[in-house]
Design a protein around this ligand. Sequence first.
Ligand SMILES: O=C(O)CCC(=O)C(=O)O
Ligand SMILES: [Fe+2]
Length: 368
Amino acid sequence: MASADYDRMKEVKEFDESKMGVKGLSDSGITSIPRFFIHPPQTLSQLKSSSSSSSPGIPMIDLSNLDSPHHRPKIVDQIREASKTWGFFQVINHGVAVSALEETINAIKSFHEQPQQVKAKHYVREEGRGVMYASNNDLYRSEAASWHDSLQVWMAPQPLEVEQIPEICRREVVAWDTRAKTVAESVMKLLCEGLGLESGKFKELTFSDTRVLVGHCYPYCPQPDLTMGIISHTDPVVLTVLLQNQVPGLQVKHGDEWVDVKPVPGGLIINVGDFLQIVSNGEYKSVQHRVLANSCKEPRISIVMFFNLAKWKDSNSYGPLPELLSPEKPAIYSNFTQKEYNDNFYSKGLDSNPSSIRLQYKITIIMW
Ligand SMILES: O=C(O)CCC(=O)C(=O)O
Ligand SMILES: [Fe+2]
């Protein structure tokens, strides 16, 4: 991309230092996007070949009557099948009121819709704890920038001072953390049961104890065929719970097709992360997904809650759970330490740390 008359890094830096975000660019009324947002032809050509219209979409699972001995085994089966074949599913009747979902979306939207100078106070690039608002977490590492801004809040396990959360969405962010955790923990129990494990196994392994909330905003993009909302990646966590507004854009890879995840009022999307794929010995799949640049005037808002284990006991290594292995089902992944996991995850340019593209990573740890 380097050429005599184009200093990409200078433009990227100017954009970053302006703290205006993609939302600021979009609101300024530009009709063409800055060059550093333009993705390489191989990415752009794949946008065109998507044929998602014929697919029924990701499975929809009704969680009502979860504790009834008649319903529960059916729900366990549905979740297991969905996690094996799609790695993604949508849940309804999950116990969170539609009004609470709307409040959460509206609060994140209000954050992103504040005047630039108000949001600029929160604009930092420091991942791993506290609060970070920035455009493109991997701005300095990726090949091309993508059309989104994000507010990241590391809820746990490090104690978070609630005052750090921007006031405009503070109450809703704190409430969403509790609600999403309740849903994730009940889904984790079902996922355990689907593997024939004790339903409390994942909780015991602290799989919901690290929680990162990411409030993405995908503003209107004047040239959606030249860029992405978020590039294709898998989530390097145990489980993800995703709440989206009614603006489409999320796509999931299913076989060779990119399938649209159509917004469903009241629905919550759940997806299997890399870590769960490994501990389940490949039974559950961590699947590639991406977001198209938004061509609607209304911003697309999504609130992602990543769940991961709390503490990696120092010398411990993780791998497929021994309970799941047998001579017929030997381990397809080798165990790895935290350093190996992190090195593989964070060594690549990535799209939205803590979610990122890490195909490399799977290749390194698979023991063929
Ligand atoms: O915005 C979305 O719908 C997806 C975001 C995502 O995949 C991520 O943050 O990992
Ligand atoms: Fe993701």
